[in-house]
Design a protein around this ligand. Structure first.
Ligand code: AKG
Length: 279
């Protein structure tokens, strides 16, 4: 039994695949510590763990932080509330660029999604390195953004989902009534690497505090366009049993909705920091 594994980068700035991982060793402290180090470096990590049971999924999650019960997606219930289910047959989807739950005061720091049912083709997920996107800005722009904060609001995308009739009205109305929004810095510093990352998404970020609305709209439109450049992105074609772990502090992600009417079912866990994300 060996806790050793190989990490193969899948892109120049984001994404790596974990190879030669002995399934019996995934839960060893040395293995988990190694995975965490690789995650922080590569921002999104692909593991091949077919047959991983939800309790085991949760055990991995616990290494990275405090597993949460997701704000709006359903879960496995009784004892497994922290394993969220995103099943297209239930009307759930995530085809939007976002940081997970950035409308919370301390959003989850890491998410790990395990593929259970996949369409014959399509259903890939994309991640964007927001550290790389930040580094690519001019120094003047970086300087301008420093110290600014923006609102992240849950209700925009929830209302859109309702309008498109894709989800159960009762469930999403309940969520909208929670009225979750929070002000976050536009640039955050990764607490482990110290790298700066843009913290902004077209899904949840609505307004830059202190700017006139047209100014805020223009700056956000620029930043959203800037971040969505293909060379900041990594795209994964899933196989059943794959798990992707991503660093929610430094990436945006989007699960492409191109497989209807086929089913796509993912089980995921995300974890809160045992302290705040903004070091
Ligand atoms: O289904 C996926 O690939 C990603 C879903 C997602 O956005 C999430 O788990 O937060």
């Amino acid at each position: 039994m060996s806790s050793a594994f190989t990490v193969r980068p899948l892109g120049p700035s984001i994404g790596a695949e974990v190879l030669d991982l002995d399934p019996a060793c995934v839960f060893l402290p040395d293995t988990l510590a190694g995975l965490e180090a690789a995650l922080v470096q590569h921002e999104a990590l692909v593991l091949h763990v077919p047959g991983l049971r939800p309790e085991q999924h949760l055990a991995i999650a616990r290494h990275f932080g405090e597993p949460e019960v997701h704000t709006f997606y359903p879960n496995l219930g009784e004892g497994l509330e922290q394993i969220t289910v995103i099943d297209s047959r239930q009307g759930d989807r995530a085809d939007m660029w976002h940081h997970d739950e950035s409308f919370l005061s301390s959003p989850p720091i890491v998410t790990m999604t395990h593929a259970h049912i996949l369409p014959p083709v399509g259903g890939d997920t994309c991640w964007i390195s927001m550290t790389t996107a930040y580094d690519a800005l001019s120094e003047r722009m970086q300087h301008y953004l420093e110290g600014l904060s923006a609102w992240h609001d849950m209700n925009g995308p929830m209302t859109a989902a309702l309008r498109q009739n894709v989800v159960s009205h009762e469930r999403y109305l309940e969520v909208i009534n929670m009225n979750r929004r929070h002000l976050h810095p536009l640039v955050i510093k990764h607490p482990v690497t110290g790298r700066k990352a843009l913290y902004v998404s077209p899904t949840y970020t609505t307004y830059i505090d202190g700017l006139a609305i047209p100014e805020s709209d223009a700056v956000l439109a620029y930043l959203h366009g800037h971040c969505q450049q293909a060379h900041f992105a990594f795209r994964h074609r899933w196989s059943v049993g794959d798990m992707v772990i991503w660093d929610n502090r430094s990436v945006l992600h989007n699960a492409i909705l191109d497989y209807q009417p086929h089913q796509r079912r993912m089980q995921r866990a995300s974890v809160f920091a045992r302290q705040s994300i903004h070091a």
